[in-house]
Design a protein around this ligand. Structure first.
Ligand code: HEM
Length: 449
């Protein structure tokens, strides 16, 4: 991996992210939040943010701290800032959850948890944006994947700003009329900026690089990649800036969101064509588990787009918005996240342990750190459970949904167990595990390679 050393805190981000995923799956299995409660209920807001901030955003931040330097062949601006950012994000999420519990009447105290969450999450995300932004800014030229990430960072700033406004309004800290109006109708803009702009667009950028790297395919700088970037960026600007302007001028943000959806579909179609090209142009003939599972995440993304279009056509999008968010969050973003995490941990652990002694002693291969035939059954269970969960959600069968999320939980425990075994080098034959000069990496903190 040229141009970068190991990010010290990424493993800690990944561990915190997985804990949040377990928590979300336990909540769904226990019937906490949607579909047992309405989409707008405080219980659902807790579930949504444990997934969006706790699982997906921490996973994304951990991955970006490692891979943005690789994308731009520059060192990370600051390895030190990553730890306070993690502490701020985790404590901010805890405060947000407490704030929502307060809104739901579960907590009696009048402590301003939502205002505290706004400060903590605002500072945490600002540190991440600053750190990654300075790293990107130091590059003489931004390759296309890095440009996707840049747009993603602008979108997380917009998401967090809207989230803070909502939290301050709901917590009673501010009551300016324009902010009240924005909170009343701005929720879909915040959700689109977060799930579409920050998480999906950034994942697209990083996946271009990761797929090329792990499948030994040439890096993409095709006209379709450029078009996906341009059209996707315009679509996000229309959704976010257009939506906010419409909301503040008594217009209808839904029109901006619909126009953006059409642009978004086009950008995703171009991205799909690029990804197909990457799979075909790969030099590694046998497709490894992570890339095979990533293909199923892409299928979930395509299914989400078709589902939104069909529901729009039937006039039932609002009624089924929970099912759409579930498929985007768990089929697409989590499917991609878990598949890539499985490989990323193997790759980074290998670099950390064996990188310093390469050429000096015989070392295992990256693939020796994983046992794919054992891991594949957990991934299959996870994906089948998500798709079953989606079907029963659409069919309005909440009890069966809880069975599906229980299966997702079991599968995620299995996948996390495999990742843990990889990190501890349990899959490497004892005789070749630690050649002279190699050290077992620590679980949560990486040493520089
Ligand atoms: C970073 C990624 C984020 C994503 C993907 C995200 C996603 C979402 C989604 C999908 C909803 C709608 C949920 C529903 O209707 O049940 C929502 C609502 C909300 N979000 Fe976020 N969010 C993020 C960050 C934040 C942050 C940082 C804050 C606060 C500091 C926040 C505060 C809120 C509030 C208060 C609502 C409820 C708005 C209302 O009731 O009008 N969000 N978010």
């Amino acid at each position: 991996m040229i141009g970068a050393s190991l990010s010290r805190w990424s493993m800690a981000y990944f561990a915190a992210a997985l804990i949040a995923l377990f928590a979300a799956e336990i909540m769904m299995t226990a019937g906490f939040g949607f579909p047992g409660a309405t989409v707008a209920a405080p219980e659902t807001l807790i579930l949504v943010h444990v997934v969006a901030i706790g699982w997906l955003s921490l996973l994304m931040c951990g991955a970006l701290l490692q891979f943005v330097p690789v994308l731009v062949v520059q060192p990370l601006y600051s390895d030190t800032l990553a730890l306070p950012a993690l502490v701020l994000l985790v404590s901010g999420l805890a405060a947000l959850v407490l704030g929502f519990l307060q809104l739901g009447g579960y907590i009696g105290t009048s402590f301003p948890f939502l205002a505290a969450a706004s400060v903590l999450l605002g500072c945490g995300f600002a540190l991440i944006i600053w750190n990654l932004g300075r790293t990107l800014a130091a590059a003489p030229k931004l390759p296309l994947p890095a440009q996707f990430v840049t747009v993603g960072l602008v979108c997380v700033a917009a998401t967090v700003t809207l989230g803070i406004i909502f939290a301050l309004v709901l917590g009673g800290t501010v009551n300016a009329t324009s902010l009240l109006v924005l909170t009343g109708i701005g929720r879909p803009i915040h959700a689109t900026a977060g799930l579409g702009g920050w998480l999906t667009f950034t994942a697209m950028g990083v996946s271009y690089r990761l797929l090329a790297m792990f499948m030994l395919a040439p890096d993409l700088e095709r006209p379709t990649t450029r078009a996906a970037l341009l059209i996707g960026t315009i679509a996000l600007a229309v959704a976010i800036a257009g939506g906010v302007i419409a909301a503040l001028t008594h217009g209808n943000p839904a029109i901006a969101l619909l126009a953006a959806f059409i642009g978004g579909v086009l950008a995703l179609a171009l991205y799909g064509a690029d990804v197909r090209h990457l799979y075909r142009a790969r030099k590694r003939k046998n497709i490894e588990l992570n890339s095979r599972m990533t293909a199923f995440a892409f299928a979930s993304l395509a299914a989400s787009v078709v589902l939104i279009a069909v529901l729009l056509g039937l006039g039932q999008l609002e009624e089924h918005i929970g099912a759409v968010v579930f498929l985007v969050a768990f089929g697409w973003l989590s499917g991609l996240g878990l598949a890539q995490l499985y490989k990323i941990v193997a790759f980074l652990t290998w670099l950390e342990c064996y990188g310093p002694i390469l050429g000096k002693a015989p070392t295992p291969r990256v693939q020796d750190l994983v046992v794919e035939p054992r891991a594949v059954k957990w991934f299959r269970l996870y994906l089948l459970a998500v798709w079953a969960g989606e079907i029963v959600l659409l069919a309005g069968l909440p009890l069966l949904f809880r069975v599906a999320t229980a299966a997702m939980f079991v599968a995620t425990i299995g996948i996390a167990g495999e990742i843990l075994r990889t990190r501890r080098l349990h899959n490497v034959a004892a005789a070749s595990r630690l050649p002279a000069g190699a050290q077992l990496p620590r679980l949560l903190i990486s040493s520089h390679a």
